[in-house]
Write a protein that binds this ligand. Sequence first.
Ligand code: AMP
Length: 437
Amino acid sequence: MIQKMKGTYDITDDIGFYQEIEKVIRKVSRLYNVKEIRTPHFENRELFHRSVGEHSDIVSKETYDFEDRGGRVNTLRPEGTAGIVRALIENKLYADPRVPLKRYYIGSMFRYERPQKGRFREFRQFGAESFGSSHPSQDGEMIDYAMNVLRALKLKNVRVHINSLGGTASKSAYKDALKAHIEPHLETLCRECQIRFETNPLRMLDCKKDKDKDVLKTAPRTFDYLNEDDSAHFEALKRYLDAMKISYTVDHSLVRGLDYYTHTVFELQVSEALLGQQNAICGGGRYNTLVEDLDGPPTPAFGFAFGIERLIVALKENGFTPPSPSLHAYFIIMGDEAREKAMGLMHRLRTGGITCDADFTKRSMKAQFKQSARHNARFAVIIGEEEVAQNTLNLKDQREATEDTIPMNDLYITLMERLTRNTNGSCKDCSEKGDSQ
Ligand code: AMP
């Protein structure tokens, strides 16, 4: 038997969580006037080398690269931002006068990581990007948007961690200071940090292995290297968060693993008891130079990404259960003629927005009733030879425990009337208002 690949999984029982989360994302995104964008699952490998950064963990160790039959080198997307920036430039979306341009995405990302709790090789992200504003209120709005998705899902005890890396000049001055501080103690750090020292020094600061070592605890902070403009940006962001009543922690060790961030970086974290070290369910920040680095016009930007699997773990711990779909009606069919009538009736009900199903394997009446219960159907619609002869059917309300014989032609209107009783004319389980024939 062929088995699924390591680090991947099938979404079966949890599908309701994904659907509910996606529904909430689309609803909240609408509130913030953010539209959806869908970009390819694979891109030219160079795109990720030039954006996420050659020396980031993601690109140096974790990408799925493959050469296609035409000799092109493809990479399965490890994150969403690079593809969207490429699409922004290639489709000249930056020329849209409706600035800032805000887009969200939901989809699979691929990283060759060691699978563990909350860490997979194919995982799903919901992310969003805003292009065209360098103003700190844009940072604030995006953090509020991310938090509002969690609020709408009723996820409690989420902490907002923020930090500033400063603009390009401050970030580079800081990197030099950090390296000067660490160099005399380099051999006390893990092997990975020794490599990061040369390639991606900021990443040493959020190394899980070395985080308690004195040399890192006493390291200079990005914060101390911010220039006046960078500091003003960060202070303004804090005021906007206060205005939106979002409490936050300024976390100087927060640097994020991707090269492209400048100024604000942030994470939304749940307790470590829920997800261990993988307790960041969302991360993001400002990236003011990436569009230009990828040959687009200078365009400031801000983005974030949620890990949907981690979000689901946190939601489950919070007691969240997605609504379980139930059927309005289940047909109990005895005989070939009855089946013909039932096919017509089911078509009519479904066209009018009533959910229904039947047994398509010609089982006994008792077995069909059992199926009806398994599907949690409110009504059983029973049609046998006698009903066909009299052009009637037997309608059993399994919730109210009532039973009636009604004309076949009245089925739709009767069900609609009973399903919408006390609900102002709209069926609470239907997405649409019932049309009454
Ligand atoms: P990143 O793109 O690394 O900033 O990650 C953004 C979010 O995606 C994280 O906060 C996680 O919630 C999630 N994430 C990252 N890597 C994985 C993975 N391998 N498996 C599951 N979720 C992940």
